[in-house]
Design a protein around this ligand. Structure first.
Ligand code: URA
Length: 194
């Protein structure tokens, strides 16, 4: 299995299917445990991810680690993390449709090999990739959806959105994330830890 993932990573390293290949420092393929049943798919690498070649290593990533830790999940051991795009869009702009289309084969191939039981769809851009019919993350976060391969999928807020919203009051984005991560852990314990 790891060899198959390595093959896809090697394809990404050589990929020139879109213009982001010209501006990237590194491709950002994944982090965490490929044996995990829990996969988080984010948006695209930012500055630090592009520098280090690892997803979610900037401020948003540090918050994501804390969110997992709050329910006893370790980023290294319990989760596999990747993005819809493997290369950084300049100035962190939203990925263009042609960039997402070019990169989709890599994400699809990763998921086909990993066969996770749970996919966390992290933020608006990932939502648009998995559930294009859902207009807004606010409306669907915290809800379970059936994935194409029998997995359970839940859209969750992106940690950068949480960084922009400080309140922890009931109903605030941070409070909602806390409800979601508790629900995710409950289902993870039911179906992933068997
Ligand atoms: N935001 C993302 O969606 N992915 C990363 O890897 C980093 C920040």
């Amino acid at each position: 299995m790891f060899e198959e993932l390595e093959d896809i990573k090697n394809k990404c390293l050589k990929c020139q299917k879109c213009a982001l290949s010209k501006t990237r420092t590194n491709i950002v393929f994944s982090d965490g445990n490929p044996n995990s049943n829990l996969v988080l798919v984010g948006e695209a690498p930012g500055y630090w991810e592009d520098q280090k070649g690892k997803p979610f290593v900037g401020k948003a990533g540090q918050l994501l680690d804390k969110i997992f830790e709050c329910v006893g999940l370790s980023r290294e051991k319990d989760v596999y993390i990747c993005n819809t795009l493997k290369c950084r869009p300049p100035e962190n702009r939203d990925p263009l449709p042609e960039e997402k289309a070019a990169c989709k084969e890599y994400l699809d191939a990763q998921l086909k090999i990993l066969k996770p039981k749970i996919i966390l769809i992290c933020g608006r851009v990932a939502l648009n990739t998995f559930l294009p019919e859902c207009p807004s993350i606010t409306k669907v976060r915290g809800k379970w959806f059936d994935g194409p391969n029998g997995e359970k999928m839940m859209p969750i807020f992106h940690p950068s959105y949480l960084l922009r919203n400080d309140s922890r009051e009931k109903g605030s984005p941070k409070w909602l994330m806390w409800q979601d991560i508790k629900e995710i852990k409950k289902v993870y314990d039911e179906i992933c830890n068997l």
